[in-house]
Design a protein around this ligand. Structure first.
Ligand SMILES: [Zn+2]
Length: 467
């Protein structure tokens, strides 16, 4: 029964909403969650994988070992007043929980408490671990934790993400490498002595041109994005001696991502050669594609069907209606989740209702979504499954002011606790049917086909914070 924990969990989530922090700097949220879990009798190891804010909270002994994954980082530029259905920055804030991670971390704790109670009641062997995973939005905390072997002895990893829908998440996600290309040239007067200068900005521009020509010769699921993070200053009459770009390279699998990254690095080297500048490549972060587990998805689907969706009050429906009205319905319809069984019914629900009030059935799929998540790194090591619960109205999706504004609402809290229940029932089914855990492991081995997990982050790169 989660009811006895509900008030404490909701208070913790609201505290995290009110303390939005960037990846690897989630000091307040990490401290609060660690204290909460210790008070509940969990043994907590802090500074997991040298991430400072990451933690592993454990209860019980022996196998099966259930890993429940939580997150707690926020996003810059999304400061927004709670419950306000128009853009209105929260005074004094520079960040906001635009991806609902204040709910994600606490929902994982909710699941951890329920699994703990189930193990205690049955008196059987088994361990539940709540992983406080830092830096999902930037930093790839789970990749460092996987690289350090923190999931190696787990039997199943269960997680969730706040969303506009109640569903089991399907399909894969892209591998991703993020890095900086830093060019160093020679400053000179751009008009009177240009022959003495070597322009780092030229190198940045030529590299971008080269990469834009590369696009025609990439696979459809490859993605490359860049930002000029330092253009070398605002003076056109100075040959820029330093310039820097930040690149994101994505592909369907880790080996493909590494190969594409090599091609992008070659273009950078070419740009340096053309301009007579020096090139430095600084690896920032890397995360792996998600390996689906149809076996665990099937078990979670059974659990979600049994529990269904939460009930909503008339007041909550009115609240959701106000936020739905701030976003064009065509926008939501153009961005439906992967592998929905009855798309027409979902489209009707989105047109007619203020929020998702029923379980949305999805089908097994290997289709690769165009996003990336560090849950992927965990999924290479241990069979992993994710559900979504509706914590927000229909309308705007993740990374929006609307999600920040609704983050403290009773709808958000219901979605969070609901995720805890779905994850816990999934764990119960696995505990009672250990052959399904064995099937999940066999499926993972089959999918990896002899490949072993190799973290994309080089061994000498430590968890770090870049603004
Ligand atoms: Zn997120």
């Amino acid at each position: 029964m989660l009811e006895k924990y509900a008030a404490g969990l909701e208070e913790l989530a609201r505290y995290c909403w009110a303390h939005p922090e960037p990846g690897f700097r989630e000091f307040a949220c990490s401290r609060a969650q660690v204290a909460f879990l210790r008070a509940q009798g969990f043994e907590v190891a802090e500074n997991a994988a040298d991430t400072v804010t990451g933690y592993v909270a454990s209860w019980g002994e022996g196998h099966p070992v259930f890993a429940v994954l939580g997150e707690f980082d926020a996003l810059y530029g999304l400061q927004q007043r709670a419950d306000c259905a128009e853009p209105s920055p929260e005074p004094g804030f520079t960040m906001g929980h635009g991806c609902g991670h204040h709910l994600l971390g606490v929902g994982a704790i909710a699941a951890g408490l329920l699994i703990r109670d189930m193990l205690a009641e049955k008196g059987c062997a088994g361990t539940v671990r709540v992983y406080g995973c830092p830096g999902e939005e930037s930093g790839s905390g789970k990749a460092y934790m996987a690289r350090d072997g923190l999931f190696d002895d787990c039997d199943a990893a269960l997680t969730w993400h706040p969303d506009n829908f109640h569903m089991v998440s399907r399909g894969s996600s892209l591998s991703c490498i993020q890095c900086y290309f830093r060019f160093r040239g020679v400053a000179a007067h751009a008009s009177s002595a240009p022959h003495l200068g070597r322009s780092a900005l030229d190198a940045v521009e030529l590299m971008n041109v080269g990469v834009n020509y590369l696009r025609e010769h990439m696979e459809d699921s490859d993605r490359v994005h860049y930002a000029i993070s330092d253009a070398g200053g605002a003076s056109p009459n100075v040959v820029q001696a330093y310039a820097e770009s930040r690149y994101l390279v994505r592909s369907a699998t880790n080996p493909k991502c590494e190969a594409l990254y090599e091609r992008v690095k070659d273009i950078a080297r070419g740009a340096a050669l053309m301009t007579g500048t020096e090139l430095e490549i600084v690896f920032d972060e890397g995360l792996s594609n998600t390996v689906p587990s149809f076996t665990l998805e099937g078990v979670m689907d059974e659990a979600f069907r049994e529990i269904g969706a939460p009930d909503y009050t008339a007041e909550e429906l009115d609240y959701a209606r106000a936020f739905k009205a701030t976003f064009p319905v065509e926008g939501q319809l153009s961005d439906l989740p992967n592998a929905v069984r009855d798309r027409q019914a979902l489209e009707e629900s989105i047109r007619e209702k203020p929020l998702c009030d029923a379980y949305v059935e999805t089908l097994p799929s290997d289709r690769c979504g165009m996003g990336s998540t560090d849950v992927g790194d965990v999924s290479w090591v241990v069979p992993t499954v994710t559900c979504n619960t509706a914590c927000f109205s229909y309308g705007a999706g993740g990374h929006s002011w609307q999600w920040v504004a609704q983050g403290k609402s009773s709808i958000a809290m219901k979605g969070m606790l609901h995720a805890g229940r779905v994850i816990a029932l999934t764990a119960k089914k696995l505990l009672e049917n250990p052959e399904r855990l064995a099937q999940a492991r066999a499926e993972l081995n089959r999918r990896l086909d002899g490949r072993r997990y190799k973290c994309l982050i080089p061994a000498d790169v430590k968890p770090h914070y870049y603004d």
